[in-house]
Design a protein around this ligand. Structure first.
Ligand code: NDP
Ligand code: DGY
Length: 330
């Protein structure tokens, strides 16, 4: 028994994930899988303990994989497979230096995340949470011409910050609502993606000034951190709606709060915040014109199941020295 377990490669999984993925790991027959068997994040000390001597690590966006974790893992660690497309929680330079390969989950969550972003945009623009609340609290007295009015997409200009997989998928879904113009920004033009929505590549300033809806779908990088700040919101239209489903840190939340309370912008919908969870006492949660969701972009049963299988297959291929279904180029 001892010998058999010594031959198995140790894999640490930092959270309970859908069974489909766990099955792939167990059926491979080559892993000794150690699972943090909980729906809550693994405490840091348990993460450090769990990765020790591991060959593979399956982690989540809530696990910060930095030097300390890599040191705790030691030289056995060959593959990190993250249950996310975002990889801002991984110390990429360090990981690369150590020759560790990284798997992630692009594409499979694009539709679900785009769909949720459209839902959030509509809920924010048409004030759905506020309206539902009025029905429940007796605020609905009669049909009123001036009550609970919002902003529609028909004839609007939408600005997409980061026209990548998800950004394009959001834009394609918004187009049939009658959007007449798409603007987008990024590090360089993306003519192929832009052609699908007749998108115009513009500087961030122009996007802020001319959009009726701003949708943020870029990666979080040192460059994009805090990019949506005071100056950005000051350039937006007073009637514009801001939506972020990328990472919370792309937005300066204090500046967003000021923009929302001073009437500089009309409303904001956020699927992502800093920190997560956002404390229930956070000022943004006191605002009727701010809709906050608990980071549920990819949360459909099917998508999470598919993600878990991809995460397992990435790990499996990586540890066998094969090409992964979705390997992050470091
Ligand atoms: P992609 O890599 O396809 O797209 C990322 C985009 O970010 C690219 O279009 C890139 O544009 C843009 N970008 C990078 N740097 C900048 C910059 N300095 N300024 C403006 N744009 C920039 O990734 P996905 O579309 O698959 O995912 C995007 C992000 O969405 C993920 O990184 C993740 O953080 C988040 N996400 C959130 C989810 C949720 O649950 N809310 C679910 C899934 C993902 P360019 O290269 O042209 O600069
Ligand atoms: C990601 O994959 O980066 C999302 O934030 C969660 O699916």
């Amino acid at each position: 028994k001892m010998i058999a377990s010594q031959q198995l490669m140790k894999v640490f999984v930092t959270r309970r994930i859908p069974q489909e993925g766990m099955k792939v790991l167990s059926q491979s027959g080559i892993f000794d899988v150690q699972l943090w068997d909980s729906n809550e994040p693994v405490p840091r000390v348990e993460l450090l303990r769990g990765v020790a001597g591991a060959h593979g690590l399956i982690c989540l966006l809530s696990d910060k994989i930095d030097n300390e974790v890599l040191d705790a893992a030691g030289t056995s660690l060959k593959v990190i497979s993250t249950f996310s497309v975002g990889f801002d929680h991984l110390a990429i330079d360090e990981i690369k230096q150590r020759g560790i390969r990284v798997g992630y989950t692009p594409e499979v969550l694009t539709d679900a995340t785009a769909e949720l972003t459209v839902a959030l945009l509509l809920a924010t623009a048409r004030r759905l949470p506020e309206a539902v609340e009025e029905v429940k609290n007796g605020g609905w007295s009669t049909w009123k011409p001036l009550w609970l009015c919002g902003y529609g997409l028909s004839g609007s200009t939408v600005g997409v910050v980061g026209l990548g997989r998800i950004g394009l998928s959001i834009a394609k879904r918004l187009k049939p609502f009658g959007v007449t113009r798409f603007l987008y920004t990024g590090r360089q033009p993306r003519p192929e993606n832009a052609a699908e929505i007749q998108g115009e590549y513009v500087p961030l300033d122009k996007l802020a000034e001319e959009s009726d809806f701003v949708v943020v779908s870029c990666a979080l990088t040192p460059e994009t951190q805090g990019m949506c700040n005071k100056d950005f919101f000051a350039k937006m239209k007073k009637t514009a709606v801001f939506v972020n489903s990328s990472r919370g840190a792309v937005v300066n939340q204090d500046d967003l709060y000021n923009a929302l309370t001073s009437g500089q912008i009309a409303a904001a919908g956020l699927d992502v915040t800093v920190p997560e969870p956002l404390p229930t006492s956070h000022p943004l949660l006191t605002l009727k014109n701010c809709v906050v969701l608990p980071h549920i972009g990819s949360a459909t049963y099917a998508t999470r199941g598919t993600m878990s299988v991809l995460v397992a297959n990435n790990l499996l291929a990586g540890l066998k020295g094969e090409s992964m279904p979705s390997e992050l180029k470091l």
